[in-house]
Design a protein around this ligand. Sequence first.
Ligand SMILES: O=C(O)CCC(=O)C(=O)O
Ligand SMILES: [Fe+2]
Length: 127
Amino acid sequence: MAGFWGNLWCWQRGRQGSGYDKLLLAGTLWPLPCDCYLLRFPTGASVPPHTDRVAQGRHYRLNIILHAPRRGGEFVCARPIHASRRIKLFRPDVEEHSVTTIDEGTRWVLSIGWVRGARGGDTRPAA
Ligand SMILES: O=C(O)CCC(=O)C(=O)O
Ligand SMILES: [Fe+2]
């Protein structure tokens, strides 16, 4: 957990190692494990298909597309809970998801994740 909080307000490479960066803005452990990231995807970045599993509980994520790139950068998830142009609510632990290559421009996303049913558990950082 020290590693998690140590990353507060520091830009880091995204976990999928595919050219995007993440900034941990805030997080809580109680009453619900929760994290809030700003994600930045420069031209050429993408996210390959993956799931974000948690050790315990059900992981939910609400992604708000603050700024869409000029071309590319589409969120792909076959079974989101809710998906509109700017708002994506999904279960990243069970539904495979990905982002197509950003062909032109920069994509900015506010990503809020939480885990239900995991007292003292841990949320997985976004992506
Ligand atoms: O940026 C996105 O649309 C999805 C990134 C992702 O993999 C996630 O939020 O778990
Ligand atoms: Fe993800």
